[in-house]
Design a binder for this molecule. Structure first.
Ligand code: NCD
Length: 334
């Protein structure tokens, strides 16, 4: 695809070569993300960061990625602080904000809303999560992480075995990840969830159509001997009530004892975060924190690299990143 000026709305827009290109640019961003070098390639550019649902990592890492490329960030968070609370349409908001920004990142509770907004925007729009639908940049950073983690263990991506655990019905990160895994060969995907929260059928079919093995189960024990276990949170905000979400919370917990008993010694543990650490949920126990295969914070760090790469590609400055770079002046611990 031609990245220049493109919206980033769904994983379906990428082919394998596009994903390789994003990852190759992401690798080149490392000195800047680690503050070993500074670049001003986006000096003067403005990111409009619009988050109408709670977010820590996605919002801050989009913002940091833009800052690290030398650009400035304008932020709107929550409906109550935007004119949408006064009845303004997505169309009008998009027309106005795209006059103030060079690129817009948006998260919104309704499926399809970010694409609707993008259709009216005069600048590229990136989907930071549209309801239960998709979260394409998270899937890209997840896949980038999976590739690095399996490579560090001397394994290949083709023939990968991955187990996804938790709320697979409403979890947009696993929806986008299932679409993304279709670019590889012979992947085994084990989908572990309560029956009521299973992965949507069309996504399961999509995996099977490309020849992947899919196992659907409601049993954690015996199903997590994979290369990767990808745990997720019960998406409480998508349920009718807290009580309904409570029915499923805490059903699938991973802790060191279960890991030792059922996982292979090198199984990598991932989670898009936030992990629900309340006692009634505790999907990934703190006793895994010292486990070297717990990749959740490396995964979150990779979000900056992948989002820097997307900005550089969409704003067409990949070649300028090094050209407009200089040394770092301040002290930073290693
Ligand atoms: C995820 C999301 O918002 O979909 N978080 C994230 O962006 N890293 C997962 C979640 O909220 O459970």
């Amino acid at each position: 695809m031609d990245f220049k000026g493109s919206h980033i709305l769904s994983i379906e827009q990428f082919e394998r070569a596009d994903i390789e290109r994003i990852f190759e640019v992401a690798d080149r961003m490392e000195p800047y993300a680690l503050r070993k070098r500074i670049t001003r390639v986006l000096d003067g550019a403005i990111l409009g960061n619009m988050f109408f649902e709670p977010s820590t990592r996605t919002r801050v890492s989009f913002g940091s990625a833009f800052n690290l490329l030398g650009g400035a960030v304008r932020e709107t968070t929550g409906f109550e602080s935007s004119a949408i609370a006064k009845g303004e349409s997505l169309y009008d908001t998009a027309r106005v904000l795209s006059g103030y920004s060079d690129v817009i990142c948006m998260r919104h509770p309704q499926a399809g809303s970010v694409a609707e907004f993008a259709a009216a925007s005069r600048v590229p729009v990136m989907n930071g999560g549209d309801g239960p639908n998709e979260h394409p940049t998270q899937a890209l950073l997840d896949l980038y992480t999976i590739r690095k983690e399996v490579a560090s263990k001397g394994r290949s991506m083709d023939e990968l075995r991955i187990a996804m655990i938790g709320d697979l019905k409403y979890g947009r990160t696993v929806h986008s990840l299932c679409k993304l895994l279709k670019v590889y060969n012979n992947v085994t995907v084990t989908l572990i969830s309560p029956r009521e929260l299973q992965m949507p059928e069309e996504l399961v079919e999509g995996l099977r159509e490309v020849g992947h093995q899919v196992v659907v189960t409601d049993q954690l024990e015996g199903s997590i001997n994979s290369d990767i276990v990808y745990s997720t949170r019960i998406q409480e905000e998508r349920f009718g009530s807290k009580e309904e979400a409570d029915l499923y919370r805490g059903k699938f917990r991973l802790n060191q004892q279960i890991y030792t008993k059922y996982c292979e010694p090198n199984t990598v543990i991932m989670h898009p975060l936030p992990r629900d650490s309340r006692a009634e949920a505790n999907e990934l126990d703190n006793d895994l924190n010292e486990n070297p295969n717990l990749a959740i914070f490396r995964q979150a760090d990779n979000g900056v690299l992948v989002r820097m790469a997307l900005f550089a590609l969409v704003l067409d400055v990949v070649d300028g990143v090094d050209k407009y770079s200089s040394d770092v002046n301040w002290y930073r611990p290693e």
